[in-house]
Design a protein. Structure first.
Length: 339
């Protein structure tokens, strides 16, 4: 089921809602990743959206956000696109700070897609510079707030200084248990899946060749025909074991390694896209197989905690059956008209 979130609000006198169209995902902002300790609400009076979105979930959620609309937000105000990215960074801070209060355990933000290299060179340099600056300035505070930072995507095309900053941030925040913040940089879901499949095939081939050499040496050292027959049986079992290794869990492990993760993260529960577009744009395709989708016309710089709460409240009302059927009222058996 796909629903749009509430329509955009004006952000100032005469401000128009962002209803323009942006190439995918054009609105990826620079990344200020600091939780704002001063933004915590009064625990005695939680907002309605927070209560509604949190009551339905016994375990932390994985939410992915396609941050779109920065450039249009700036252009509507007569500002350069780069000003929109700076405004988007402030939204990142707000949403990272708010996420744990809404039951979010993993937050994945689409910061820079592999297709975004096609943008003007000046904009790309600005985005990469801002990412490096914010990682350097915000890492300590993220560590203090229990926010673990990881960057998923390719690193071979990034500037070595940025890669060093990424590695330093990941090391400094690796013990964070409040929120796992994943920043998708030079990221393509299809490319990551392809790399994982290639790694899995190479692993299976290496394993099969090793077992073949072992069986060959065994046969050469033992002329007993019965032993040879037993080896053949063992070979069949080995082949079956190799086939059995090609499981979803095994693939997840290879995919995690392709994304520079030390372990798989939970599947995505909810994908939110701002800026008015309604597509996934090569974002977390494997992990979002059963994710709910919420699209909002609000540009990313205008997205706030109320918008996050509304999206989570919408998510909480949905009936997630993962391909099964919901029981009919008063019956333990699935209804025949549910899909």
């Amino acid at each position: 089921m796909i629903r749009a979130a509430a329509p955009p609000r004006a952000t100032g006198p005469g401000a128009a809602p962002d209803l323009g169209v942006t190439p995918d995902p054009e609105g990826a902002p620079d990344l200020g990743v600091t939780p704002d300790p001063g933004a915590a609400p009064d625990p005695e009076s939680p907002s309605d959206s927070t209560a509604e979105s949190g009551d339905r979930h016994a375990s932390p959620l994985h939410v992915g956000i396609i941050m779109d609309g920065n450039g249009r937000w700036a252009q509507r105000r007569g500002l350069p696109r780069l000003a929109g990215h700076r405004a988007g960074a402030r939204t990142v801070r707000r949403i990272v700070s708010a996420a744990p209060r809404h039951g979010i355990g993993v937050l994945t933000l689409y910061a820079f897609s592999s297709d975004n290299w096609r943008r003007p060179a000046l904009e790309v340099r600005h985005l990469m510079s801002l990412l490096r600056t914010h990682l350097r300035s915000e890492t300590r505070r993220c560590a203090e707030e229990g926010v673990r930072i990881t960057v998923i995507g390719r690193r071979d095309r990034l500037d070595p200084a940025l890669v060093r900053e990424i590695e330093a941030s990941e090391k400094a925040t690796r013990d964070g248990g409040t929120l796992h913040l994943q920043l998708a940089v030079d990221y393509s879901a299809r490319e990551a899946i392809l790399r994982a499949a290639q790694a899995m095939a190479a692993h299976a081939l290496t394993h099969a060749l090793t077992r073949t050499r072992t069986r060959t040496r065994t046969r050469e050292s033992d002329a007993d025909a019965q032993t040879d027959a037993g080896d053949a049986d063992t070979g069949d079992a080995d082949n079956q074991a190799d086939a059995g290794d090609a499981t979803s869990d095994a693939f997840r492990t290879h995919l995690s390694r392709a994304l520079h993760l030390d372990a798989p993260v939970p599947d995505v529960d909810l994908v939110i896209r701002t800026g008015g577009e309604q597509r996934l744009s090569d974002f977390l395709l494997w992990e979002s197989a059963y994710a709910e989708l919420v699209f909002t016309p609000r540009a990313w710089p205008d997205f706030d905690e109320d918008d996050l709460g509304s999206a989570l409240a919408d998510f909480a009302r949905r009936d997630r059956r993962f391909g099964g059927l919901a029981p009919a009222a008063g019956s333990p058996w699935p209804s025949t008209d549910e899909a």
